[in-house]
Write a protein that binds this ligand. Structure first.
Ligand code: SF4
Length: 129
């Protein structure tokens, strides 16, 4: 399952001509070239791109019982890689941050729902009854 455009619809081109799946992965340019998916001379390296795509399928096995599963934004393989060294493993810190942000956002939106906030209702459509 892909959760973002890295290696699918996104492309970062560095000043040295190398292609990365996303700007968030270009920071790793000094840790080895295994995240390079091509360059301006040779174009996209299909094997490297496929290898990358195989690494970013997020493992949701620990999330299946979570109340926040449908609202969670666990989709950044670059953040995962930066913290855990694995693109598919969601770091504990990001998981806990997601829980707090989702819960607080729900409370905030519930409060806004009770108001006549023009911006909120313009975005979500005014309630009718
Ligand atoms: S909050 Fe944590 S456990 Fe729940 S879906 Fe998100 S990453 Fe998974």
């Amino acid at each position: 399952m892909y959760h973002c455009g890295a290696g699918v619809g996104a492309l970062a081109i560095l000043t040295n001509g190398n292609f990365y799946p996303c700007t968030s992965f270009s920071y790793a340019k000094n840790s080895g070239d295994d995240l390079v998916i091509g360059n301006v001379v040779g174009g996209i390296n299909e094997d490297a791109l496929l290898n990358f795509r195989n690494k970013i399928a997020i493992d949701l096995s620990d999330c299946l019982g979570c109340d926040f599963l449908k609202k969670c934004f666990y989709y950044c393989p670059a953040d995962n890689f930066r913290v855990t060294g694995s693109m598919s493993e969601i770091p504990y810190s990001i998981c806990e941050l997601n829980k707090v942000v989702i819960a607080e956002t729900d409370l905030f939106l519930a409060d806004l729902y009770k108001t006549d906030n023009e911006i909120f209702w313009k975005k979500y459509g005014r309630r009718t009854a």
